[in-house]
Design a protein around this ligand. Structure first.
Ligand code: F6P
Ligand code: MG
Length: 413
């Protein structure tokens, strides 16, 4: 089939256009500010590199292939060269270019001898500190929840806990460089707002997913998105799934490279747990204890793979046999967040009524049950009923990029 066009940074009608021009420079300037403030090493040589990157971006320079020397330092980069094209920063595929940018940044730190420095760590931690109301409210909800539920209400509560994880994705930090205010972010962390926002879940396959989990309850894998509050909300959902007997184990898949500002690296679990230890609250302490018990018993497992920080769409998962085999052990694979959704669907301008299965392309032939919880922060959205897009456009022409609408799509092979 002929595929639709990708989102491009020179397409004024795409959210890519403003992202590349406003948000990327802001992200780079924030990196420079972080380096200036840190005292662990001399940041000056890396700051110079960031300044050059900023200039290249603002003056729309062509991007260049990674050299053999660079590939020796970071073998993942060969996958970037394989997909390389004649692109400049402000004129090329949004998804590829933004992934490329985070790999260039990683290379700065490898070259400077600080390969493990997480340039976004301070930012990640600072917004977590602003999430305490949501953290206390949700810990209490989970710890006091009566899991002896009557059949008739099980689905209702499943949806409630799924919504916690779903709207956790609305707190993405990279968006703080743009569309969402801190007040909006905090309000979405409360139960009242979550309930009010149910009408904004414009595709909702959660009943179908619930039914599936009742008979497929061995292992539930989550391909994580953001750290901080979103990771906390995913852990709340994961504990709920285990306690409600909807799975025995949850495996969390993380990135290996600082990614789209706020994405989870394995060490961000410890960052979160360290932060939660500062709370003087019995429910938060109970939450923390449960996480630690589950990690110890193997009911929780933390994994990472290079694939998640390559430029590839998820249509290519079977080209990475080790990962593909690993994912096959899961009953269901949950992809969190906007970027994962873009990689599931090729970040293309599909007609909005396209079936989710169609947009998954090769991935729909691999025998993996796929679910996605995503608040919409980009162009691509599929699976809408006829007429819905027109309705949404009337309310807000930019509806698909505001983070105010969400989709819960489930594909069962
Ligand atoms: O919309 C801005 C943006 O950074 C996109 O580039 C990206 O898809 C998304 O936000 C990241 O969001 P998430 O953390 O939900 O993947
Ligand atoms: Mg993210």
């Amino acid at each position: 089939m002929t595929l639709p066009k990708q989102s491009l940074t020179n397409d004024e009608s795409s959210f890519a256009y403003s992202t590349a021009r406003d948000r990327w420079p802001k992200i780079i300037k924030d990196c420079i500010a972080d380096l200036e403030a840190q005292t662990q090493f001399d940041g000056a040589p890396i700051i110079e590199k960031f300044q050059q990157l900023l200039q290249d971006l603002l003056s729309d320079k062509k991007i260049v292939k990674f050299t053999d020397e660079e590939i020796k330092l970071d073998p993942d980069l060969k996958f970037y060269n394989e997909q390389f094209g004649d692109y400049s920063w402000l004129s090329g595929p949004w998804l590829y270019l933004e992934c490329y940018m985070y790999r260039v940044i990683k290379l700065f730190f490898i070259n400077a001898g600080h390969p493990d420095y997480d340039i976004f760590n301070n930012l990640k931690q600072s917004t977590l500190k602003l999430s305490d109301l949501g953290i206390i409210e949700l810990s209490k909800k989970l710890l006091t929840f009566d899991f002896n539920l009557d059949e008739s209400v099980k689905l209702t509560f499943f949806r409630e806990f799924l919504d916690v994880s779903l709207w956790g994705n609305a707190t993405d930090l990279s968006l703080l460089a743009g569309v969402v205010s801190l007040e909006e972010m905090q309000s979405i962390q409360g139960e009242k707002t979550r309930k009010e926002n149910e009408k904004n879940i414009i595709v909702n396959d959660s009943p179908k997913l619930f039914k599936f989990l009742e008979s497929h309850n061995k292992q539930f894998d989550i391909v994580l998105d953001n750290s901080g509050f979103e990771l906390f909300s995913d852990l709340v959902f994961a504990i709920y799934l285990i306690k409600a007997n909807l799975t025995k184990k949850v495996k969390f898949h993380c990135k290996q490279v600082p990614w789209f500002v706020s994405d989870v690296l394995p060490k961000d679990f410890d960052e979160l747990f360290g932060e939660l230890k500062n709370y003087d609250n019995e429910y938060v302490a109970g939450f923390l204890q449960t996480c630690q018990d589950y990690l110890k018993s193997g009911a929780f497992e933390i994994a990472s793979h290079k694939f998640w920080t390559l430029p590839n769409y998820f249509w290519d998962i079977d080209q990475f046999p080790d990962l593909y085999e690993e994912l096959k052990t899961a009953d269901v694979l949950l992809f969190k967040g906007d970027l994962n959704y873009r990689k599931l669907t090729g970040d293309m301008h599909w007609p909005r009524t396209t079936k989710f299965e169609t947009a998954l392309q090769n991935l729909s032939t691999l025998g993996l049950p796929i679910v996605t919880l995503r608040t919409c922060k980009a162009d691509v959205v599929v699976g809408l009923p006829e007429g819905k897009e027109d309705e949404l456009k009337k309310v807000d022409p930019n509806w698909s990029a505001t983070g105010k609408y969400a989709v819960v799509s489930f594909f069962q092979p």
